[in-house]
Design a protein around this ligand. Structure first.
Ligand code: CTP
Ligand code: CA
Length: 226
């Protein structure tokens, strides 16, 4: 039995949460994006604020209202998200990256609407910066938490990301399961820690996952302080 920490246990901690998809423009009427409702990230931002944390949410375009008690900054592209995150990284204690960042963007953006023509259309994409990997290189005192949405080899792929990006923890999410991931209000996740220990959580609401994650942060922050 692990006693629940007494609230507000994140008081005085500065959290940076990213959420939602990014949109990568091709022309004034078209963009390339990822599936993400933003629900998980917004729930985390709100749960952390309820525990007294000073939370900044960097959000891509979503249909959600701003979470209560959180400073919310809206961005569109991965490059904009990168700028906003890097700018605040130094003063941050914990970064939680739930955002579904587009890995690529169209190489050129047309100022005018691209007209259709006969036959196929080929678009060339270039790589976006990997925000979390950059934070892993730059981190001094910050705790870094990533999310991994996978459709297969959940544990292995998530563990590889944790190591490559020098994370303290990764939340692995099986998006192939019908009751987890995109659009739905429930999630089934596994917490994986630096060193390889892991914890499977049962199916629960995204709010409950957010609360469970906040409690983990409290434990990680305390073990770091001692
Ligand atoms: N991430 C990021 N910047 C990117 C891509 C991903 O910060 N350009 C972050 C995500 O916010 C997430 C973690 O990295 O916390 C894992 O994202 P994911 O897309 O699962 O992993 P990738 O490293 O992009 O690998 P792949 O898409 O090939 O599985
Ligand atoms: Ca990716």
């Amino acid at each position: 039995f692990v006693p629940r920490p007494s609230s507000p246990y994140l008081k005085g901690k500065k959290l940076l949460v990213t959420a939602g998809p990014t949109q990568e423009k091709m022309d004034p009427v078209r963009y390339f994006t990822n599936r993400s409702s933003g629900k998980m990230g917004y729930a985390i931002a709100e749960a952390a604020a309820q525990q007294g944390a000073d939370v900044t949410l960097i959000s891509g375009p979503t249909a959600l209202g701003a979470p209560r008690g959180v400073e919310t900054i809206y961005v569109t592209s991965a490059q904009e998200m990168y700028q906003e995150v890097i700018e605040r990284f130094e003063e941050t204690d914990v970064v939680i990256k739930t955002a579904a960042v587009a890995d690529y963007r169209p190489k050129t953006v047309s100022e005018q609407k691209i007209k259709k023509a006969e036959g196929e259309w080929t678009v060339t994409f270039v790589r976006n910066p990997d925000i979390l990997q950059e934070l892993g290189k730059r981190k001094t005192h910050q705790l870094l938490v990533g999310f991994a949405a996978e459709t297969e080899h959940l544990q292995d792929f998530a563990m590889q990301k944790l190591e490559k990006k020098q994370l303290d923890m990764i939340v692995a999410n099986n998006v192939a399961a019908p009751d987890a991931g995109f659009s739905v209000d429930t999630n089934r996740v596994t917490f994986i820690y630096k060193g390889g220990a892991s914890k499977d959580l049962e199916l629960m609401s995204k709010q409950k996952v957010a609360e469970a994650l906040c409690e983990e942060l409290d434990i990680l922050l305390k073990s770091r302080a001692s």
